[in-house]
Design a protein around this ligand. Structure first.
Ligand SMILES: Nc1ncnc2c1ncn2[C@@H]1O[C@H](COP(=O)(O)OP(=O)(O)OP(=O)(O)O)[C@@H](O)[C@H]1O
Length: 261
């Protein structure tokens, strides 16, 4: 499995329509780490993950150590269209896209990998079922199987356990641990702090800005969680980019170099 180096965020501000959703985040996620990203609703967790996945361009700052083509990204389940008329095997097979491209068909070895990934997530027998006939947990399993086939050194998961039962949760956490053991960098946005404490060595706590980052026990303290709540409540949704970011954006728009402070 190919590896990448550490993933580093340098003073990243990101948002929508000139309104920052998360600002001035600097941190390092070491290569091969298993990280939870936590914070209140609206803290900017998904926004930050989208930047790392290359789906959203930061308004300011930069991200080093990641190539969007070598990232496997699972968005929030609400953003995934389940009405698309394809089968479980076809969905999982889409994970081969980086190696097949648009025209080549999967060969026997690749089809065997699709079958193995489906079996690994416990969906043997569901290969020909269409997505809309799956339960929420089965659909999430199928999405995990697709990620497996991408064989990416960096795996980003946005609330991957939403709506799944305990059994599915345990199975999918095992998949995640295997990815970590294989040396991949795994970063997951989560709300269940008990799960984070039990299964994630590193945690990043966000509340529109970075509140804390490091070993999970040192991050998930009462004072840090209280500070996150307070910062989130105090944040002005309508805030514009700060002067520094606006200058930087203007410079970018005129073909200048990005400035980092
Ligand atoms: N596509 C978008 N267009 C405009 N604003 C957006 C968009 N996506 C998110 N936002 C806003 O950005 C802010 C951060 O949202 P984000 O989804 O990143 O937070 P989150 O921490 O992932 O929240 P949650 O835990 O509720 O999923 C929120 O105020 C949200 O309304």
């Amino acid at each position: 499995m190919p590896t990448l180096g550490d993933l580093t965020l340098h003073d990243v501000t990101a948002g929508y329509d000139r309104h920052p959703a998360v600002h001035h985040v600097s941190l390092r996620w070491p290569a091969g780490s298993l990280v939870a990203v936590v914070g209140p609703n609206g803290a900017g967790k998904s926004t930050l993950l989208k930047c790392v996945a290359g789906r959203l361009r930061p308004m300011h700052g930069r991200i080093d150590g990641v190539e969007p083509a070598r990232v496997a990204y699972l968005p929030q389940v609400s953003e995934v269209d389940r009405s698309f008329p394809i089968t479980v095997a076809e969905l999982v097979g889409l994970g081969l896209w980086p190696e097949l491209g648009p025209w080549r068909r999967a060969d026997a070895a690749q089809r065997a990998r699709v079958a193995a990934a489906i079996a690994e997530v416990g969906l043997q027998g569901f290969e020909r079922r269409t997505l809309e006939t799956l339960s929420g947990g089965q659909f999430q399993r199928a999405l995990f199987a697709r990620l497996m086939l991408q064989d990416a050194p960096v795996v980003l998961l946005d609330e991957p356990f939403t709506g799944v039962d305990t059994r599915t949760l345990e199975d999918l956490v095992c998949v995640l641990r295997r990815w970590h053991e294989q040396g991949r960098t795994v970063i997951a946005v989560l709300h269940d702090l008990a799960l984070v404490r039990a299964a994630f060595p590193l945690t990043t706590l966000l509340a529109r800005e970075l509140v804390a980052h490091g070993p999970t026990a040192a991050v998930l303290t009462e004072p840090n969680l209280l500070r996150a709540r307070q910062l989130q409540e105090a944040f002005d949704e309508r805030a514009e980019l700060c002067d520094l970011d606006a200058d930087n954006e203007a410079e970018l728009a005129h073909g200048g170099r990005r400035r980092h402070v």
